[in-house]
Design a protein around this ligand. Sequence first.
Ligand code: GCU
Length: 681
Amino acid sequence: QADGYKLWLKYDKIENSELLNEYAEIVSSIYFKDDNDILKNAKKEFSLALPQMLNKQVKYSSNISSDNSLIVDVYENLPNDLKDLVGNDIEVLTDEGFIIKSLTYKKKSITIISAKKNIGILYATFRFLHLMQTHKKLKSIDLVDSPKVDLRMLNHWDNLDRSVERGYAGFSLWNWQKLPEYIDQRYIDYARANASIGINSTVLTNVNANALVLTPMYLEKVEALANVFRGYGIKVYLTARFSAPIEIGNLETSDPLNPEVEKWWSNKVAEIYKRIPDFGGFLVKANSEGQPGPQNYGRNHVDGANMMATALKPFGGNVIWRAFVYSEHDDTDRAKQAYDEFLPYDGKFKDNVLVQVKNGAIDFQPREPFHPMFGAMKKTPLVIEFQITQEYLGFSSHLVFLPKLFEEVLDSDTYQKGKGSTVAKVIDGSLYGNTLSGIAGVANIGTDLNWTGHPFAQANWYGFGRLAWDPDLSSEKIADEWLRATYSNNQDFIEPVKNLMLTSREAVVNYMNPLGLHHIFDTGHHYGPGPWVDNLGRPDWNPVYYHQADANGIGFDRTPSGSNATEQYASYLEKTFNDINTIPEEYLLWFHHVPWDYKLQNGNTLWDGIALKYQEGVNDVTHMIQTWDNAKPYLNDSEYNEVKMLLQIQLKEAKWWRDACLLYFQTFSKKELPEGVEKPT
Ligand code: GCU
């Protein structure tokens, strides 16, 4: 198989003999119950991984006894004396949690893996193997872990013709033409990879997809995928086009309050559940960027979402209703529109509706302040939507470690219920005691041999899953885990390359959108700079709308003298953002229109500061290349070359960004480039 196909599930042989002995002892005699699909898959993973890592076959025994070195089973199947030994730890678990523990059982040292449900055993299996793969001591392990978020979802923006909107890693994995009969090994490996990091839901289709996927011809194929994913604890969701009753149901309307329409959706839902009893539900993009929705009939988001929620409720399904709305007919600052539109509906949605909100108020920029809806919408469970695919971050050509961005947003304090009201607490439901919680990531996966195009983009899929499981994990730990499982456990490799990953996000901010600049990408494709574009049909798509550069300065005034978007934040933040002396400089031009001569904290003028940031971004990429060169001894030739070539593209394009943006902004500032900034050639 090509480098990269196996992702972080490589299971390389353990070369360290001390660890090898320790692990071999722990798994010398395994009891592993496998009387259902999920446990069978867990055991299969064991049987694949252990012989590779330990270089010998493993022995399974058929009875639980103290002669086993490792016992793997759900709690209710354990003999009473073992139950007594692990009881307290099991009680604190959620249905998806697990324990991995070293115990003394009948005077013998054993390890036990247990959980309330089968899915916990699968997650524990992957974690146990990961700990081995990352060379962790397991002799006196005491691990009790449960996911903090309920719905840990990938959103595929995959169309039925297998093109992927904003996809940079080949075509859609779903081979609709060969389904349902042909089950590609990729579906199984996709499910393994997701289960290994705890992802438990997948939306197969694009938010802009047509309604065809809801017809029997496609549902039969969806069913086949759901049958594969079920064994890995993954539920399937579909996007539901609001006008489906017209397009595939022969109705004349899709008015959510029309009884025929309600009936159509109820029947459609029943039809889906007949095929897929654990179907997750619908993801809906309505009245957003031209998509149909309830407003076409004078109704609102609550009417639309609740109508679908009513249809799904008897089967336990959810509606995930997106809040990515902004209208060209509304001249309010785009950053304010979703909050303005949705806040009045707080508390009005049915309890199986979740509202999905992008991490920032514009659109997946290299850096945005957190979306003001987080923390403000107190009675509605909010799903945070991150973009794992790098639409505004250099596609799959640039190395950008996104967990750094995700972490920054999750750690942001909304102050909506006093200090410490972080976005993570909004999302995991702990701030307002939601009964349902969720995190979604727009997938970066496709048919490329290595799944994600850039080898390091795998780390963004991996890291998304880990943060969805535990939004409080650090990006540093995630980078460390991923590098060990993917490349090498050698500390001399890990430390510098981890540092490369952790600095890569700031690098891209520096060379694309420093100091709070945003949405200055070239039109449509969003690859490369286009700050000069001002001729699009909709003003709110033009980069000039966002940077507002003129002879006086640059930046979008969102304080009370401008759009007053700051009023949507809690009062402490509103004040902090309004005051140019207290605003964190990374958000300066997001909230303020600032004179070119304004003095930054480091004493530079704004103009010099912007220019130096662009240069810093270029320098950052140069350092990334040096680090990668130094890592060469730990890599095989193709691993080294692939990333090296991509980093060279990244360097070339970092310079392109710097030169294009500075030359353009210079036409307003009329100032020389400061010392230290390379002159454009
Ligand atoms: C962005 C992206 C679109 C996408 C939209 C969405 O605007 O460019 O491709 O459809 O977000 O999230 O709905």
